[in-house]
Write a protein that binds this ligand. Structure first.
Ligand code: NAP
Length: 453
């Protein structure tokens, strides 16, 4: 066993002992440490200062009860968290997730990843994540409003434009951000950019809604461009049909790709004719306005079939965009995609690919864009929303999109700079190593500079 491998094993044993019952957090740290450990062994100042041990411990975690009243007048209670992971390079920044599957482990993995993703963007943002096990599905607008107001009644004490700036994530879209910001503003009696993803009428940025999906496609375009290829005429398989998936489909289509699947937690739709602009407009209305199920797409368009309880990875494609949730793409799924000739995978969701599956892609020389890099466009434009709020200015859609493109290009360059020696074949890039080391250095150097804090 190499020195780096034995150090990784020992490190993970300690981490798992200190954080029992947190499998998602262990997984995220394991992936990161595998890339970064060899780098820290070559640069002993990081080891001497216990940077990895300190980086894997959140600055603080706030846990609180959210009590609210449903439409029948019953009192309901949920648990909520804010994990303020690391503010070495800027105020905490990261989304809020409302989903019954939310646990502390999920939020710690997300907050940890967020720290390095935010660093990769080049903007001054620390890492955080929060949310609740509240399930917005099947709740009325008024119930969602009461829940958001109750949550913010506690959360507002811990956030602020220079302290911690939450945004959306699974289950938290423009409706929820509006309710949360309305309550924040009422409690604080200040109009400041403490949340991002706000409506355009009250401090939101043009292009923020589209940013994560568009950014994931731009990142993929950069990976393909690096080997002299492009998205044009490529068949694309996308999972999810939420914010990230919809705008991934829209941009992939615009760049000449053919998108043939979308999904939700019940199943996927396969449209061999591809999703046109009109069909994507139907999905936007279905998911964003009517809050319906993806199966309704196959009822409307006869070219499509619906596959209940299945994932889309068996559909032959050139590019896969996993854009729903964590661990939605297993080793078996990866083997199927590789057998069917996939050439690129760009992670729109956070950690959608299991660790063994990611290794299989890298081993097979599939261009594999990890979430830290590939989906950083969302938080990058959130950062741009903060800049606009602070300046009391509104930038044009073009200005925001140009900046997004250039940020995704810079992230790609960092991945190439730090991942070029780790590819399977001579000259190929290991984007996982590149993103992990590229994100690590700035945070680690700031922590070193601060001394023992
Ligand atoms: P969203 O709008 O709430 O959509 C989530 C989508 O994923 C829905 O289609 C949902 O289907 C599906 N899904 C959720 N849980 C699932 C599960 N357990 N199994 C299968 N499908 C599931 O959320 P989003 O903002 O698009 O976020 C999607 C992913 O991108 C998440 O990993 C998130 O952390 C990541 N991300 C988002 C942003 C952003 O700006 N929004 C930025 C960076 C990363 P149902 O409707 O059936 O639940």
């Amino acid at each position: 066993m190499s020195k780096a491998s034995s150090e990784v094993t020992a490190f993970m044993q300690g981490l798992e002992k200190r954080n029992p019952g947190e499998p998602e957090f262990h997984q995220a740290v394991h992936e990161f440490i595998q890339s970064v450990m060899p780098y820290t062994l070559d640069n002993p100042a990081y080891r001497r200062a216990q940077i990895l041990e300190r980086m894997t411990e959140p600055d603080r975690i706030i846990i609180f009860r959210v009590t609210w009243e449903d439409d029948e007048g019953n009192i309901r209670a949920n648990r909520a968290w804010r994990v303020q992971f690391n503010n070495s390079i800027g105020a905490y920044k990261g989304g809020l997730r409302f989903h019954p599957g939310v646990t502390l482990s999920v939020l710690k993995f997300l907050g940890f990843e967020q720290t390095f993703k935010n660093s990769l963007t080049g903007l001054p943002m620390g890492g955080a994540k929060g949310g609740s096990n509240f399930n917005p599905k099947g709740k009325s607008d008024r119930e969602v409003m009461r829940f958001c107001q109750a949550l913010m009644t506690e959360l507002h004490k811990h956030i602020g434009e220079d302290r911690d700036v939450p945004a959306g994530d699974i289950g938290v879209g423009s409706r929820e951000i509006s309710f949360l910001f309305g309550q924040y503003k009422r409690l604080e009696n200040r109009f400041v950019g403490t949340l991002t993803g706000k409506g355009l009428a009250f401090g939101g940025s043009l292009g923020r809604t589209e940013a994560t999906g568009y950014g994931s496609v731009y990142f993929c375009q950069n990976m393909l461009g690096h080997i002299g290829d492009s998205i044009e005429d490529k068949t694309c398989v996308i999972s999810g049909s939420g914010n990230v998936a919809i705008y991934t489909a829209e941009k992939a289509l615009e760049l000449g790709g053919k998108v043939v699947t979308l999904s939700d937690s019940s199943g996927f739709v396969h449209d061999p004719d591809g999703f046109s602009e009109d069909k994507i407009a139907f999905i936007k209305d279905l998911k964003e306005v009517r809050r319906g199920r993806i199966s309704e797409y196959a009822e409307k368009y006869k070219s499509a079939s619906y596959h209940e309880g299945e994932k889309p990875w068996g559909v032959p494609c050139d590019i896969a965009f996993p854009s729903a949730t964590q661990n939605e793409l297993s080793l078996d799924d990866a083997k199927t995609l590789i057998r069917n000739g996939v050439c690129a995978v760009s992670e729109g969701a956070n950690m959608p690919t299991e660790l063994e599956a990611a290794h299989a892609f890298i081993e097979a020389d599939v261009l594999f864009g990890p979430s830290k890099a590939a989906n950083a466009g969302g938080v990058a434009v959130s950062g741009l929303e903060q800049s606009q709020n602070a300046q009391r200015l509104v930038w044009s859609r073009k200005e925001v999109d140009d900046r997004l493109k250039s940020i995704m290009e810079d992230i790609h360059k960092k991945c190439v700079a730090y991942g070029s020696s780790g590819g399977n074949k001579k000259g190929s890039v290991n984007y996982v190593d590149g993103a992990n080391i590229g994100g690590f250095i700035k945070v680690a150097d700031a922590m070193l500079a601060y001394g023992a804090v």
